[in-house]
Write a protein that binds this ligand. Structure first.
Ligand code: PLP
Length: 392
């Protein structure tokens, strides 16, 4: 048989030549601060497991309880026969946590962004998007026939200019990441809400890296800026700080009702297994009744970020636990990552197309699970490698 896919090899070879090919790192331990990756025991600084919930006994127990009661699979999409009491309960608990009337859970964050934007925006509408928005938002925008406008990153004059230019569109949607996932900076939501009020545009915020991190008890970016009621659609993920799986939108009951009938990525996919849903409910409870994880996350992240800065590393504009060490060309980021790994630290290089070609980096995320000794070990290792590579 002819191999019709031979061209894939050329692409892969090219990627490898440019140091842009990424292997899937392999874990053979639970997800926690110290892990076994690719056969080596290392300290990881590469997860979104902000609160250390990924292997927390409370989540594991909640998943088991849900399975004991409900069994394992759902066997149907939510719209047909897959919605169980526990799915609705999770959405109610989530809406309460976010301070909205209702919430709707999708199979993943990427599905929430794709489905919501696709269902909401038509050919006579305009979508206005920050240039550094997450790929899943970009996917959502591409699924529409709406006019697309990109404004320069966090540039409020740029946003206002585009809002003026699109006055003739039937509806406008302004969409932005809350926390930007490559640099760890925060969207100026207070100013953005003023503009969307002034120009009568719909506002959607992706809180994937804000939930569990920003605001009181980790309620997210809306709480951080105290702009409750001014964001039409809060989108987020249950896969990061909550360490489960799923994406969601939170807002009015009409938003939920509309999306259950119109969002294709909700309609055409099977409901979550109840073990996941049980764990989601528990994670949202835990973030509220065990505030120590949230406190520790910030202590750790401030300590580590200050440490890197004092050493002279370029951590960019980070304001959150996401702390890049920016080194320039992709080959340098790959080398830094490799040397750190050889010395017991796992951080993935982040290269083009995730970031521009000259700002390749490794991206560190400390979690609530890291101990002070872990962080000191990481800083010592960074010092050694940083000097060897003449980065500091
Ligand atoms: C991770 C991420 C998503 C996707 O969430 P998943 O639940 O992992 O699919 C969406 N938006 C942003 C900003 C993210 O960082």
């Amino acid at each position: 048989m002819t191999n019709h896919l031979e061209f894939l090899k050329d692409v892969i070879d090219d990627l490898k030549k440019e140091n842009l090919f990424s292997e899937l790192p392999l874990l053979s331990s639970q997800q926690q601060a110290r892990v076994k990756i690719n056969g080596k025991d290392v300290l990881t600084l590469s997860t979104n497991n902000y609160l250390g919930f990924a292997n927390h006994p409370r989540l594991v127990e909640a998943a088991k309880r849900a399975m004991d009661k409900w069994g394992f699979g759902t066997g149907a999409v939510r719209q047909i026969a897959g919605t169980m009491d526990i799915h609705n309960e999770a959405e109610e608990v989530l809406a309460k946590f976010k301070g909205t009337d209702a919430a709707l859970i999708f199979v993943a964050g990427i599905a929430a962004n794709r489905g919501t934007i696709q269902a909401l925006m038509g050919p006579e509408d305009a979508i206005i998007s920050d240039e550094l928005n997450h790929g899943s938002i970009i996917d959502g925008v591409r699924l529409t026939k709406s006019e697309r406008k990109i404004f320069p990153h966090k540039d409020m004059e740029g946003l206002e200019k585009v809002l003026k230019e699109t006055q003739n569109a039937k509806r406008r949607l302004v969409v932005t990441d809350g926390v930007f996932s490559m640099d760890g900076d925060i969207a100026p939501l207070d100013q953005i809400t003023e503009l969307t009020e002034k120009y009568d545009a719909i506002l959607m915020v992706d809180d994937a890296h804000g939930d569990g991190v920003l605001g009181k008890q980790g309620r997210g970016i809306v709480d951080h800026f105290n702009v409750h009621g001014k964001v039409d659609i809060e989108m987020g993920t249950l896969s990061k700080a909550f360490a489960c799986l799923g994406g969601y939108i939170a807002g009015t009951q009409e938003l939920r009702d509309y999306m259950t009938n119109r969002a294709r990525s909700f309609i055409f996919t099977t409901a979550h297994p109840m073990a996941i849903t049980g764990a989601i409910i528990e994670a949202i409870k835990m973030v509220q009744d065990e505030p120590e994880h949230h406190k520790k996350l910030w202590e750790n992240s401030n300590y580590f970020k200050e440490g890197l800065k004092d050493l002279g590393f370029n951590t960019g504009v980070s304001e959150t636990p996401i702390t890049p060490v920016i080194v320039g060309p992709s080959s340098k980021a790959a080398e830094l990552s490799k040397r750190l790994f050889d010395n017991g630290i796992f951080v993935k290089p982040i290269v083009f197309p995730l970031v521009s070609k000259d700002t390749a980096r490794v991206r560190n995320i400390v979690t609530a699970q890291h101990t002070r000794e872990d962080l000191d070990f990481a800083l010592e290792t960074y010092t050694k490698i940083g000097k060897e590579m003449k980065l500091i």
